[in-house]
Design a protein around this ligand. Sequence first.
Ligand SMILES: C[S@@+](CC[C@H](N)C(=O)[O-])C[C@H]1O[C@@H](n2cnc3c(N)ncnc32)[C@H](O)[C@@H]1O
Length: 308
Amino acid sequence: MPTNTLNFDAPCPYCTSGIAYRHCHEPIIAAGVGRKIAVGQSLYARDWATNAEAYGRQGLYGALARDLAAGGGVIRVLDIGCGLGHGMAALADVLPAKERLIVGTDENPNCLVGAAERLGLDPAHPALRRLSIRRLPSDAYEVKIRSGPMPTLTDMALVQSDLMIDDLQLETWLDNTGAFDAVTLWFTGFHKARSLLKVIKQLEITGDADHRAEMENRVIDLGLRRLRVGGAIQIVTRGFGRDVEGLREEMRADWEAYLADKPFRIERFTAFPYEEAEGPGAIQLRSALVDVSDQPSLAWSMIFRRTA
Ligand SMILES: C[S@@+](CC[C@H](N)C(=O)[O-])C[C@H]1O[C@@H](n2cnc3c(N)ncnc32)[C@H](O)[C@@H]1O
């Protein structure tokens, strides 16, 4: 592991964010052995709050929730990577109060505590701390699942789970929970120490694009296990650009090819323009490698319908 003798104000040498090292990977490099994942998770939860609050103020979560609910028949939703619970709160606002069930999962315990506080759930429930992280002699960190109580089902529930780690206990709990009308994945992102995990090395994930693709693949697979026929997957992804129609066609062609052998059809791709949060206190999307400074930000809500 390199020592912490770098220029704190120069662009971070550990990634392509282009932001000052002190605001990027420095706290993780400086963290003690065995603490790096926890530090990465804690910083991510703190910084994501800035982005999520900005999205909330612009009404983005509400618009995405309404987009999912627009087709009707959405009562039970499984939200993957629920973060601080802003999406679950927006979904709760548009789903029928008496019947709804919204289950949120996230790998980050700090995000889950924030979500529990936002949603009025118990932040100390053991289901929010099911994953234990162990440093291996190879320097990689291994994620293990502790068995323990799962949440009692009311209208909302939170469970710590990493979509990239096989999780039999969660699958059994979901078997008993019943089929969902929708599975959502809104805004993928991951903390800066995640590359130290054994599973990330095994999956050969080297950056944002790989991580997003892996999450999307796994959400489609999850949809096959957990959605009723006729249910929907909603993936929300961020991009930059002015040519909305051109971008839509490009994305549609990519997804049509990907879904060709899967029982899903594309229902619609809707672009929601928004202002991204900038500055050291927020998670940066713009990269030093590609200049998109003059391009507007778009949140794409992509709805895929399960056909069989
Ligand atoms: C960009 S945030 C979005 C949070 C939330 N969906 C929202 O819209 O506010 C991405 C979230 O996905 C979580 N995440 C990343 N990889 C994950 C994985 N493999 N399994 C579960 N959660 C994951 C992160 O911890 C983070 O909270």
